[in-house]
Design a protein around this ligand. Sequence first.
Ligand SMILES: Nc1ncnc2c1ncn2[C@@H]1O[C@H](COP(=O)(O)OP(=O)(O)OP(=O)(O)O)[C@@H](O)[C@H]1O
Ligand SMILES: [Mg+2]
Length: 356
Amino acid sequence: MLFGRSKTLVGLDIGDSSVKIVELKELGKGKGFRLLKLGWEPLSSEAIVDGQIMDSQLVSETITRLMNRLRIKSSKPVATALCGHHVIVKRISLPIMSEAELDESIHWEAEQYIPFEIDDVNLDYQILEGSSLAGDGQMDILLAAAKKDKINDYVGVVGDAGLHATAVDIAAFAIQNCFEANYEFEPNQVIALVDIGSAVSTISVLHGGTSVYWRDINIGGNQYTDTIQKELNLSAEQAEQLKRGEEIEGIPYEKAQPIISAVNEDIGTEIQKTLDFFKQISATDQPLERLYLTGGTVQVVHMKESLGERLNTQVELLNPFRKIPPGSKDASPELINEMMPTATVAVGLALRKMGD
Ligand SMILES: Nc1ncnc2c1ncn2[C@@H]1O[C@H](COP(=O)(O)OP(=O)(O)OP(=O)(O)O)[C@@H](O)[C@H]1O
Ligand SMILES: [Mg+2]
């Protein structure tokens, strides 16, 4: 029980474009959390490509720099996450059995659902409450499988940074965790959580608070930057600036606007497809009531509005600090505001209790 008494946990989100850290303090059972520290540090685009760590030294040095700048002790337990490139999450139905029986047979059962060698993955599962999609006598299980070599890559850079990763979560679950800590559910409500980062977008659908569908799609902020760069013949830096609505010499923002609108449409189409697919396989005919958006890309001009029109659904920005007030002067209002769109995964990770 080295960390047994620790009441603070550090969430470390290693994204394709930046590293984010959040430290929370738990006040006591049921008393909520306070935000102690938060910060981020950019990663150069070669460091991680599509979730693949290409330059582990660069990543671990960036983590160390950020930890030092935030003055977080390296002895604190850290939770980190893998994104969907390396993880498979499936809802499966099995005959009702005891937890012990399930524990025995899950490895064998999982084999038919996982497209990787079963010995190459770490398995985790959760029994879903409520009735089974497959009918009486069955129970539903959320099955997650992550490739061991990818877990090792991520745990490796955390270790090289001198930290101890006590938990490796899945980004989609961290997002859900963060949402649950900040929002209330209505029993029959269907909502979607959508995180649009730089390389990947994570979509989860929740029904009455239970995760019923989950998918990662390979779209994100890079799509805007790449298209602007190509179509206007600019450097990546210039394209990034234009995307953020910043002025660059000689090129008015108006030139980028139609390109940005077109990519907004493309991303909307991809999200729509995913949600349509969910509707087809879903057991409920309850309509999607609301979509909560998070991730750096939500800051693209008209992104949120465009998505709302496209999906004909209420779209709201997820506030990862909605019920987590600052508990130290390090958590300044400016920093909280700046990281509002990007801190969701890190907050969800920091909410993990020891031993989860
Ligand atoms: N003000 C802004 N306007 C538009 N886009 C922005 C703005 N700020 C950041 N972005 C974009 O947000 C993206 C980064 O978001 P985020 O930090 O959520 O991604 P990530 O976690 O690093 O990546 P991933 O989740 O794909 O691994 C980048 O594509 C970046 O260009
Ligand atoms: Mg991310």
